[in-house]
Design a protein around this ligand. Structure first.
Ligand code: SAH
Length: 205
């Protein structure tokens, strides 16, 4: 997976590649999909949601430019796989998931693998997680019609955000950086397709 799907497509950051070497992806897929855990695509995880394609997880992680001291917020815990990758690289990960069953399953898996720097909350992640802001980096793993203002507000100065923005079917994967003046520097990482971010500052149905 690492050589064929990540390095060959341009993922270069050794820290990111090492995180992929350490996290067992098969733990995060449904038992019946065990043999497909390392294939080049997303997989269903129940409740109409998916675990993202490995390459997309790597691309988004690399674009966050994570430092070991960073506090990260993730919106859309889903399977918890991306959460584990982030937890390998950062000081702390605060992850918000709207489906209680997914949040609970992810939390159990992450605990069983020994991650003690991950905090999961059930709720509408479009509003962020106010108690702990600012965050050095924010990753949104569901498709949004806009950059949710609450998330932008909770991003630290010099912080990075990665978010798919577009319509319900196609999105542009954006890397945003917040300057010290609070301005946005935007870069497109390419087209993508995510499940919708449903919530007050996302899609309302
Ligand atoms: N990174 C995850 C992706 C899961 S798919 C993985 O690879 O497993 C996106 C997730 O976002 C789904 O679990 C969905 O339930 C969740 N989601 C959608 N809208 C949300 C919202 N407003 N707040 C929190 N989570 C949300």
């Amino acid at each position: 997976m690492i050589a064929k799907q990540l390095i060959s497509r341009g993922i270069k950051d050794d820290k990111v590649l090492n995180a992929f070497r350490k996290v067992p992806r098969h733990i995060f897929v449904r038992p019946e999909d065990d043999e497909y855990a390392y294939v080049d695509g997303p997989l269903p995880i129940g409740y109409g949601q998916t675990i993202s394609q490995p390459f997309i997880v790597a691309l988004m992680t690399e674009a966050l430019e994570i430092q070991k001291t960073d506090r990260i917020m993730e919106i859309g815990t889903g399977s918890g796989y991306q959460t584990a990758i982030l937890a390998q690289l950062a000081h702390q990960v605060y992850s918000v998931e709207k489906v209680p069953e997914l949040a609970e399953a992810a939390e159990l898996k992450l605990k069983s693998l020994g991650y003690d720097n991950v905090f999961i909350k059930v709720g509408d992640g479009t509003k962020g997680w106010k108690q702990n802001f600012p965050y050095d980096a924010i990753m949104v793993t569901a498709a949004s019609p806009q950059i949710p203002p609450s998330l932008w507000e909770q991003l630290a100065s010099k912080g990075r955000m990665v978010i798919p923005v577009g319509d319900r079917f196609f999105q542009n994967l954006l890397q945003l950086k917040k300057t010290v003046q609070g301005e946005k520097i935007k870069k497109s990482l390419g087209e993508c397709r995510f499940v919708p971010l449903l919530g007050e500052e996302g899609w309302d149905f």
